[in-house]
Design a binder for this molecule. Structure first.
Ligand code: EPU
Length: 426
């Protein structure tokens, strides 16, 4: 298992480029199931979750070529024949987003067999809302030996009101609705840019969708979709993580090739913290003299403050003067970074869904353990300002969603290197 060795203290200076959004790329790859033609996706990030999704599609009979190293990280997917419409447990257990194939599989083949995702580190994360919506569209769902099986002749349009806002739930049902018979109205939808990105691809494939990016989406089903070419949005969470890296290290960092509109709530918070921000057309420059003020956050669905930035913001809060209250409203167990940050010298206490960060505390290097993707990013940020050399274990979590994070950070002056477990492997 690889580790990161990070020596803190360097301000980050220069320009860092943002990759495509993992959480857009995953549903867009699943959308290729909806047609037998070729779907070409550009700006696919080179991260482990994408490799897992490739394996998943290939195991079902698809042809997938991930074109890294060539122009634009271009990926060709062709689901000509889906000989085995099953999402096997061995794959689903490593990536919960595998449940995104449920809607497209049943829409295309009239049948889907998907291993039930278990709980995960950040919470129970059930998929009951996906299933309820598919049943309303005429799918018969049964459960056996840890698998869900959904069957139907053809899905039919329905009026669905999600009980709570779900990102992949909205995406899954949107993909089911585009090939359903008649009109589907989805209410209380997620408004995340990743949903809008998926809707843009589906529209390019011939789907009729209105309202993506708002809480009500209307879909008029079509009998067939065709191939398309689509460029994935920049990753707003990767961009946000680097903005915080610039701010926490007292740096001057230009976060380039991003979509500033998607970063509104984070930019507003950074300004409250006293960080100087300049917003360009596709870049954001962050400057900080290291004098940070506390600002409370409360995670919400988009366009509120993203739960996927909560852990990283908490690392920043340890360096702000005053007390910061961090409230996590989306997932019930997303404070696993707290214990590790406290081991580095932070002063954070947790009560229920709220963490209180008392700053500013000097951080010291330590050997720490990554527990999930965003918690790992928070530990990288803390290590960048800690005194001495920290060792971050289990960085496979970070490799699931950040493309070559250590190389990108090294390019702007961070002292960070990857250490393989095998002696001599770097
Ligand atoms: N929920 C249910 N029932 C469902 C679906 C969701 O109760 O059927 C609950 C969840 O347990 C959670 C809340 O609703 O408490 C919101 O969950 P949501 O379904 O929106 O999360 P998700 O779609 O599983 C996506 C991202 C996550 C991100 C969340 C919230 C992908 C692949 N994953 O997950 O990203 O945190 O939305 O914005 O898009 C990450 O990238 O690190 C990550 C965890």
């Amino acid at each position: 298992m690889d580790k990161f060795v990070v020596r803190g203290g360097n301000p980050l200076l220069g320009t860092i480029k943002i990759s495509g959004a993992k959480n857009s790329a995953l549903p867009c790859m699943a959308a290729a199931i909806l047609t037998e033609d070729e779907v070409i996706l550009e700006n696919i990030p080179q991260v482990q979750d994408i490799e897992t999704e490739r394996k998943l599609l290939v195991s079902m009979g698809a042809e997938v070529q991930l074109g890294y190293g060539r122009a634009q990280h271009r990926t060709h997917i062709q689901c000509g024949v889906l000989s085995d419409p099953v999402a096997k447990y061995e794959i689903v257990k490593t990536m919960r987003a595998s449940s995104l194939v449920l809607g497209p599989l049943i829409a295309r083949t009239g049948m889907a067999r998907v291993a039930m995702p278990g709980g995960c580190a950040i919470g129970g994360r059930p998929i009951d809302l996906h299933l309820k919506a598919l049943e309303a569209m005429g799918a018969r769902i049964t459960q056996d030996h840890g698998y869900l099986e959904a069957k139907t002749e053809r899905l039919r349009g329905a009026h669905i009101v999600f009980d709570r806002i779900t990102v992949t739930g909205t995406e899954d049902i949107l993909m089911a609705a585009v090939l359903a018979e008649g009109e589907t109205i989805l209410e209380n939808c997620a408004r995340e840019p990743e949903v809008t990105d998926l809707a843009a691809l589906l529209t390019a494939m011939g789907a009729h969708i209105e309202g993506a990016g708002t809480s009500t989406i209307t879909v008029k089903g079509v009998a067939r979709l065709h191939g398309a070419r689509h460029r994935i949005n920049p990753d707003r969470i990767e961009a946000g993580t680097f903005l915080l890296a610039g701010a926490i290290t007292g740096g001057d960092l230009n976060v380039d090739c991003c979509e500033p509109h998607h970063l509104g709530s984070l930019i507003a918070k950074l300004e409250q913290c006293g960080v100087r921000i300049e917003v360009g057309k596709d870049n954001v420059r962050v400057r900080s003299g290291g004098q940070l003020k506390a600002a409370d956050i409360s995670t919400e669905e988009y366009p509120g403050f993203p739960t996927d930035m909560q852990a990283q913001f908490m690392a920043l809060a340890t360096q702000a003067e005053g007390t910061t209250t961090v409230t996590e409203n989306i997932f019930e167990n997303r404070f696993m970074h707290v214990q590790e940050l406290n081991r580095m010298g932070a002063n954070i206490s947790v009560q229920g869904r709220t963490a209180t960060v008392r700053g500013r505390t000097g951080l010291q290097s330590a050997a720490v353990m990554c527990s999930d993707l965003r918690a790992s990013a928070s530990l990288v940020l803390a290590a960048l300002v800690a005194e001495g050399e920290s060792i971050l274990d289990r960085v496979y979590h970070i490799d699931r969603g950040y493309e070559r994070i250590e190389e990108k950070l090294r390019g702007v002056g961070a002292q960070i290197r990857r250490m393989g477990e095998v002696f001599g492997k770097r």
